[in-house]
Design a protein around this ligand. Structure first.
Ligand code: FES
Ligand code: FES
Length: 152
């Protein structure tokens, strides 16, 4: 399943999950920012856990449930974390944002009311070249406590 839709396909064993999402499924909301598994721009959820999709083979997701940034809103209503990033100006160029939001959602699922230090630690695998992180942390803080019971 990808973003709630069943997907059946033959995939080359060497195809990366991020490649498959972008090139086969057209889910270009998930982006590639490095080739070293460092930046986190490609973060998606696999069976409820955040993963760097440039570091996972598509075949490893076989039988699993993948959620990308494109599946986060429900019936056109933004997820609270998306809303908070918008409200708090938690982005500038936006390139890191899909991964940053997916990582933030996973972080809040694990710890719905994190401290600032816990937010910074939870996002340390996601790099942003623009914001200085301040508004990203504010956004996650704003969304905290609002995500329980929200499907992600
Ligand atoms: S593109 Fe996956 S970590 Fe940078
Ligand atoms: S907003 Fe530009 S890289 Fe984060």
């Amino acid at each position: 399943m990808v973003d709630g839709a069943k997907v059946a396909d033959d995939v080359e064993p060497r195809t990366l999950l991020v490649q498959y999402l972008r090139e086969k499924l057209g889910k270009t909301g998930t982006v590639v920012g490095c080739d070293t598994s460092n930046c986190g721009a490609c973060t998606v959820h696999l069976d409820g856990t955040s993963v760097k999709s440039c570091n996972v083979l598509a075949v490893q997701a076989d039988g699993g449930e993948v959620k990308t940034i494109e599946g986060l809103a429900t019936d056109g209503v933004l997820h609270p974390v998306q809303e908070a990033f918008r409200d708090c100006h938690g982005l500038q160029c936006g390139y890191c944002t899909p991964g940053m939001i997916m990582q933030s959602v996973a972080l809040l699922e694990e710890n719905p009311t994190p401290s600032e230090a816990e937010i910074r630690e939870g996002l340390e695998g996601n790099l942003c070249r623009c914001t200085g992180y301040q508004n990203i942390v504010r956004a996650v803080k704003q969304a905290s406590g609002q995500t329980e019971g929200v499907t992600a």
